[in-house]
Ligand binder design. Sequence first.
Ligand code: UDP
Length: 383
Amino acid sequence: MRFGVAGAGFSGAVIARELADAGHEVTVLESRDHVAGNCHTERDPQTQVLLHRYGPHIFHTGNERVWSYINRFGVLVPYYHRVRTTVGGRVYLLPVNLLTINQLFQTALNPDQARAFIAEQADSSIEVPRNFEEQALKLMGRRLYEAFFLGYTRKQWGLEPTEIPASVLRRLPLRFTYEDSYFSHPHQGMPRDGYTAIVSAILDHPLIEVRLSTPYAAADRDAFDHSIWTGPLDDWFEHRYGRLGYRTLDFEEIRATGDFLGCAVMNYGDLDVPYTRITEHKYLAPWEEHTDTVCIRETSRLAGEGDIPYYPIRLAADQRTLRRYLDAARSASGVTFAGRLGTYRYLDMDVTIAEALATADRILAGIDSGGRIPSLCVDVDGA
Ligand code: UDP
């Protein structure tokens, strides 16, 4: 069969590769001038620092199939991500761990004491948290929540935490040890040559043609036997039910000699600091040596038309609109929707790859059985 894939991020690339490995011809149409979507990395010409152009991406997974898959296409150097946060003129460690607790409360509690202490602070009257704020109050109590989450979350999402799903906070652990690795997965690493090299290697196949700077046009729908759409779900339907909400990011570059932060990521939790975080990119590849430094400061705002969509907002209004789009997607033919934008969910890279592999399996099974190729292949109600 002849497949058209719209988008050369992880979703599009992995699906394209699996289809090509099964003997199908695949054309990948990518509107940007590079592959790898928002994971795109490139060397800064001035300093040679590897920049994560659309914000820091750290690979971590507990999925063995995904870990061996990504290792087929590049070298991953062990990397444990550590994040600091500045609030009220002081620096603390994230995710909230025993040192963060002892620093904030000026105590010297051991793990059991800290667990009991936080249990006293936590709001036990909340049984099933209905939103981000309730989740935080139930888990850690008001003081920790107000110090580290309230301001940052308002800036990041432009909303009150009571309007944000509880699942957003569940991304982060609360630890009663001094372990400060941001993620807990058994496999954590950073591609030695960047994500763009990995995605290029995935796409490097005689049956795959990649066309950069080429948006997928309406006419392309008839040019292929079947299309895979990894762009925004509402774009495919020309916004017929209205626009789904996304946050976008503005990036501002900072150059300095030597070090600027002295760590990979510093968050800024105070509301009167307009930006959310600064990334010092050379610390995302700590095995490299650079005398000069490049940092990128991120400010979040509502995405307008023409802005790059980063985070799906998934508010109640978005959920209603989303349901209409998902119903339309389920009954669409000639197309399969995949990925963060294609299914409007907040997905980590490993989940994106796992879903792309599962989607390709379902497409190939549909072809083998002579049946219909499903238009949605994953559980879109999660994440
Ligand atoms: N968050 C926060 N303070 C922080 C870091 C995170 O309040 O210092 C909240 C915020 O709402 C954010 C969510 O936790 O959207 C998930 O954080 P994560 O680090 O996973 O965000 P990402 O790196 O995906 O932007």
